[in-house]
Ligand binder design. Structure first.
Ligand code: SF4
Length: 419
């Protein structure tokens, strides 16, 4: 029977034929937790009587959400992860490395893997053709201890993006548009397979942006078939032979729904406070003054994101009342942005550069908003209080919209400068 990508990957890891709706125990390839969720996972691992992890080379604890530690409580959490990683043989990605999902993509995940992480945006690795999903700390503890988990095979929604991307429109606009269309719970416990002529021409960094936000429609995972773009990315990352493999859905696979989107009709778009599916084209928005702009995070902190921001900001200054925060997603992104002159352009335009990591995305440090302030961010969530203050307002956009808006001081359409 023809299979979706999820059915194929989960069936391989269960050692039996699976179709959507089946429940199975599967082997997992990569397990991770971060500094917010890791301490509870460690406590559960110990409570189950384990002192080692089953697969040390693919078990990773990330210190990225509050890194370096902003206060005593997080410093204590970091200490727990450092000590357990050392004692159990697990890998530790410490404060100088970057956001968990970026490092997983750069260094750990291969096509066809099952990846589980104690973080909802673990779905980012679906761009590499991996079944990647977030879970709670207790499930992740079992994953660390046994390299196994249980899953229900999700039904799949096929999303077909076709047509040529207009100037000023990017992968972030596509995924915000999709979530606005199907709503924040439109894909709950479904897999989304992204396909179509537009997707085939997107680079890996753009595919990561789309897969990253699949969970914002409630999806269990967001998947891409692999191709030469996937292979070239893994080769560039120096990944070992045997990492790349062809991953694709079979012709005739059964989908719960197919959604076709002509991208030539999409314009720069934003999510308004306080839900991701509260979308509007930038052109349709009332004049909205901003206090802070964030360019970075696991959604849009990669080199191509910083490059488009630098292109727009080159030779310009941000508005006098705006704070522009730039957070490279990883150490390698940071170094590449320095080598290519991107950082210099951003700094000269008035950006404050923050160390690789989550930065102010989750509101624990490095850019918490004041009462009534407005932030335009390239992150993936704008829930009330997300950036540390329930009395503030978060809009989401592409890096191009964010960069141009930082110059204007109001949320502005990047086609004003790019077309
Ligand atoms: Fe979560 Fe934001 Fe960190 Fe991504 S950058 S892992 S969304 S806190």
């Amino acid at each position: 029977m023809p299979k979706t990508i999820s059915e194929k990957i989960l069936g391989e890891h269960a050692g039996r034929d699976l179709t959507a709706g089946d429940i199975a125990i599967v082997d997992v390839d990569v397990v991770m937790a971060q500094d917010g969720t890791g301490p509870l996972a460690v406590s559960r691992i110990k409570k189950m009587g384990f002192s080692k992890v089953a697969n040390p080379t693919k078990s990773i604890f990330f210190i990225d959400h509050g890194a370096p530690s902003p206060r005593k409580e997080l410093a204590d959490s970091h200490k727990v992860l450092r000590e357990f990683a050392s004692q159990s043989g697990a890998k530790l990605s410490d404060i100088n490395q970057g956001v968990c999902h970026q490092i997983l993509a750069e260094s750990y995940v291969c096509p066809g893997n099952i990846v589980i992480g104690a973080d909802s945006h673990t779905c980012t690795s679906g761009a590499l053709g991996a079944f990647a999903t977030g879970m709670g700390s207790t499930d992740i503890a079992v994953g660390f201890a046994l390299s196994k988990t249980w899953l229900m095979v999700p039904h799949t929604i096929k999303v077909i993006f076709y047509g040529k991307l207009p100037a000023g429109v990017y992968a972030k606009d596509l995924i915000i548009y999709l979530i606005g269309k199907i709503t924040a719970d439109g894909a709950t416990y479904k897999a989304i397979e992204f396909s179509g002529s537009t997707v085939e021409s997107l680079g890996m960094e753009e595919r990561f942006t789309i897969a990253n936000m699949a969970v914002e429609a409630g999806a269990k995972t967001g998947l891409f078939a692999t191709d030469t773009i996937t292979k070239d990315y893994l080769d560039k990352q120096g990944r070992p032979d045997g990492c790349y493999r062809d991953i694709f859905a079979d012709d005739g696979a059964s989908y719960e729904q197919s959604i076709e989107i002509d991208v030539s009709k999409i314009e720069p778009i934003i999510s308004k406070p306080h839900t991701v599916d509260n979308t509007k084209f930038v052109r349709e928005l009332d004049k909205t003054k901003i206090d802070q702009v964030l360019i970075g995070t696991c959604t849009n902190g990669r080199l191509s994101d910083l490059a488009i921001a630098a292109k727009i900001l080159d030779g310009k200054k941000i508005a006098s009342w705006v704070r522009l925060l730039v957070v490279p997603a990883s150490k390698d992104v940071y170094l590449d942005a320095i080598k290519t002159g991107i950082m210099e352009k951003l700094i000269n335009a008035g950006a404050t550069i923050i160390n690789p990591g989550c930065g102010p995305c989750v509101g624990v440090h490095e850019g918490t908003l004041a009462d009534g302030e407005v932030c335009l961010s390239t992150q993936n969530r704008n829930f009330k209080g997300r950036m540390g203050n329930p009395e503030s307002f978060i809009y989401l956009s592409s890096p191009a919209t964010a960069a141009w808006s930082a110059v204007k001081g109001y949320i502005s359409d990047p086609r004003e400068v790019l077309v």
